[in-house]
Design a protein around this ligand. Structure first.
Ligand code: ADP
Ligand code: MG
Length: 306
């Protein structure tokens, strides 16, 4: 008896998940704060993808939604709608127990206010120890790892000092060490250099880059410093609760053989095809509510509605 090969129709190709291979995916993320009768839309459909091992800077004016995004990714705040996934965790549908586990194991968070990251009466060593105690790491491992981390961040010499005995830059480096205690895959830092002078900021930023490169931790850092685009491979700009543009930095070799850094700005198109046209472009051509789009062989034009 011969078996007849079954010829089933091929299943329709399924659209791959947006950012299927990425470590962090936000899609059409919305966060609405309700304060009394007033609704504030802090995030209005934000899309963001971060690959494992990347270091991404997030910039944007005050009030644009940067801290809201970071608190959502940190598992501290919950989105109103949309999709947010970090590693295997769905940040919208997570149980309370999973949220605790997620915050303890997957993400490290350095907050905006320097003081809120540290406990005034504990030494640097004790602070790095604390999250590991909560995760029931054995004492011997805790001791070794505390010193290793403080060493990696260049503050091993201050292990027995309390926050009040440390400079601002040292405090932030200790805070980074604390956030890495349980070996998270992702480090989130909200304006970690906001209260520091330029030289100290550069140092702390350098420490974040070392953490990214040497420990392989994926880093998302919010900053108001427009100069950072020259120091990270990708800078994402948020405007009105949405990702509006990205600057990609790459090294190119010129005709004379010299290497130089090129930073190129891109507008971000969302999943529905929306693109934000920068204000100066709109004003220059008086582009308002209605514009004409035309498809050319290799580009699209936008013209004012004359
Ligand atoms: P950024 O960090 O970019 O300065 P935020 O994410 O802190 O911006 O804030 C975005 C918007 O959401 C702002 O308009 C802010 O006033 C509002 N907002 C933030 N947190 C709250 C809150 N807990 N309650 C009400 N509104 C809030
Ligand atoms: Mg903020």
């Amino acid at each position: 008896m011969s078996s007849t090969p079954l010829s089933l129709p091929a299943p329709p190709p399924r659209a791959p998940e947006f950012g299927a291979d990425a470590l962090i995916v936000c899609e059409s993320l919305v966060r609405i704060y309700q304060s009394g009768p007033i609704e504030v839309q802090a995030l209005q459909g934000l899309d963001l993808i971060v690959e494992s091992g990347e270091m991404v800077a997030v910039v944007g004016a005050s009030g644009s939604g940067k801290s809201t995004l970071l608190s959502i990714l940190a598992g501290i705040d919950a989105p109103t709608a949309g999709r947010a996934r970090v590693d295997k965790w769905d940040l919208l549908g997570m149980s309370r127990a999973d949220r605790v586990r997620y915050r303890r194991q997957t993400v490290g968070f350095v907050r905006q206010q320097t003081a809120s990251n540290l406990v005034p009466y504990l030494t640097a060593r004790q602070m790095v120890d604390l999250p590991m105690t909560a995760a029931r790491v054995p004492a011997r491992t805790r001791r070794a790892r505390s010193m290793e981390l403080l060493g990696a961040l260049g503050v091993a010499g201050f292990a027995d000092r309390r926050p009040g005995q440390l400079s601002g830059g040292q405090q932030q480096r200790v805070a980074i060490a604390v956030s890495l205690a349980n070996q998270p895959r992702v480090l989130l830092a909200d304006e970690p250099t906001g209260e520091l002078d330029t030289a100290t900021s550069a140092e702390v930023f350098g420490a974040l880059r070392d953490v990214n490169r040497e420990l392989g931790v994926t880093v998302v850092v919010v900053t108001h410093d427009p100069g950072v685009s020259g120091q990270v491979e990708r800078t994402v700009a948020i405007r009105d609760g949405r990702t509006s543009s990205e600057v990609l930095r790459r090294t190119a070799t010129a005709d004379d053989g010299g290497e130089h850094v090129i930073a190129e700005e891109y507008a971000v198109m969302d999943r529905a095809g929306r693109v934000q046209v920068p204000r100066d472009y709109r004003e220059a051509l008086n582009l308002t509510r209605r514009v004409r789009l035309a498809l050319e062989p290799d580009h699209v034009t936008i013209r004012p509605d004359a």
